[in-house]
Design a protein around this ligand. Structure first.
Ligand code: COA
Ligand code: MG
Length: 291
């Protein structure tokens, strides 16, 4: 699966920011039709997103569109206008049930067939941002082969459960952990919530590192300044790569001698540690750091 270390949002009716985003080096851009667009601008935003996708070169960034939830009555219209410009994927806001994902998948499948595009070529990333979405994670995570990622929407989730947002973030810890757990169980990517205070570089670094350690493979972002620190946090550094290579080499050696567990610098190493090392190398490769 492609690297999705940072997903940069911008309002779908903001031509300036969309053009700016096209020139930035970021894994994924998300042209938003949902909460960053006011009700009176929804139509303009759809047209602008369709035009931008068709005309701009996003220079290798994945081109994603966040649509409104089906319950809003706007989702079908969003898709009708943007799909002809062939986005790489759709972010489904406020995903509450497996049926939400399946309804979207059916529309995408019909459109791909009509256009003669490859089946399942447009991916789905489900945003989990309601208590109900968390409760239904088990079904949502298995809803459809088109589903690539579960995204944790922190602000809406906090609102839905009447939590007070704090810097430490414990009020959302269970929900974030649940997203990682179900993504792990069903082989999906887990993408973490936004750090809304884009002027606090320290908070961003701290949160991105915490996301990585919890098992997330990326994070949503809202400002160009957040790209570099977040993508760096999710990219293994040279030291980590060298250590992973050393672990794997030692493991192969010790296995030849009939030993599945061995000691390195006074620490026991066995299979789960090796699997993590292999995954770290895979992430390094996906980020272009290893051939
Ligand atoms: N995408 C692309 N460009 C962006 C951007 C984004 N998300 N956010 C800011 N920029 C651009 C600005 O246009 C500005 O460009 P300039 O230097 O050429 O004039 C530059 O980056 C610096 O921006 P800054 O002045 O610091 O911020 P701002 O006040 O213009 O915007 C926000 C602040 C929060 C309104 C803006 O970052 C934003 O719209 N973010 C996305 C919101 C969103 O989509 N939310 C939904 C998902 S949670
Ligand atoms: Mg929202």
């Amino acid at each position: 699966m492609r690297a999705r270390r940072a997903l940069l949002y911008m309002p779908g009716d903001d031509e300036y920011k969309i053009k700016k985003a096209a020139e930035l080096t970021v894994d994924s851009v998300v042209l938003d039709l949902e909460d960053s667009v006011s009700m009176s601008c929804k139509k303009t935003a759809r047209e602008m997103v369709a035009k931008s996708l068709a005309e701009l070169d996003f220079m290798g960034s994945e081109r994603l569109v966040r649509i409104n939830p089906f319950s809003s009555g706007l989702a079908e219209g969003d898709l009708e206008i943007v799909l002809p410009s062939q986005p790489d994927g759709i972010l489904l806001s406020k995903t509450k049930t497996a049926e939400d994902v399946q309804t979207l998948s059916k529309i995408l499948a019909d459109f791909e067939k009509e256009q003669g595009w490859e089946n399942n070529s447009i991916s789905i990333l489900a945003i989990i941002e309601n208590a109900l979405g968390i409760i239904n994670l088990k079904e949502i995570a298995q809803a459809d082969p088109r589903l690539h990622a579960l995204i944790c929407g922190g602000e809406d989730l906090a609102t839905d459960i009447n939590a007070v947002r704090t810097r430490a973030g414990w009020e959302l810890f269970y929900a974030r952990s649940a997203v990682v757990l179900y993504a792990g169980a069903f082989n999906l990517q887990a993408i973490d919530m936004v750090t809304t205070d884009f002027s606090d570089a320290h908070a961003l670094e701290e949160e991105a590192l915490q996301s990585l350690k919890m098992g997330f493979s990326g994070k949503q972002i809202i400002h160009p300044n957040q790209i570099e620190p977040v993508q760096r946090a999710f990219t293994p550094d040279d030291e980590e790569i060298a250590y992973a290579l050393q672990l794997i080499e030692k493991f192969e050696e010790s296995n030849k001698n009939g030993q599945a567990a061995f000691a390195l610098d006074g620490v026991m190493v066995d299979l789960p540690v090796i699997i993590r090392a292999q995954r770290l190398l895979k992430r390094a490769k996906a980020a272009g750091k290893l051939l």
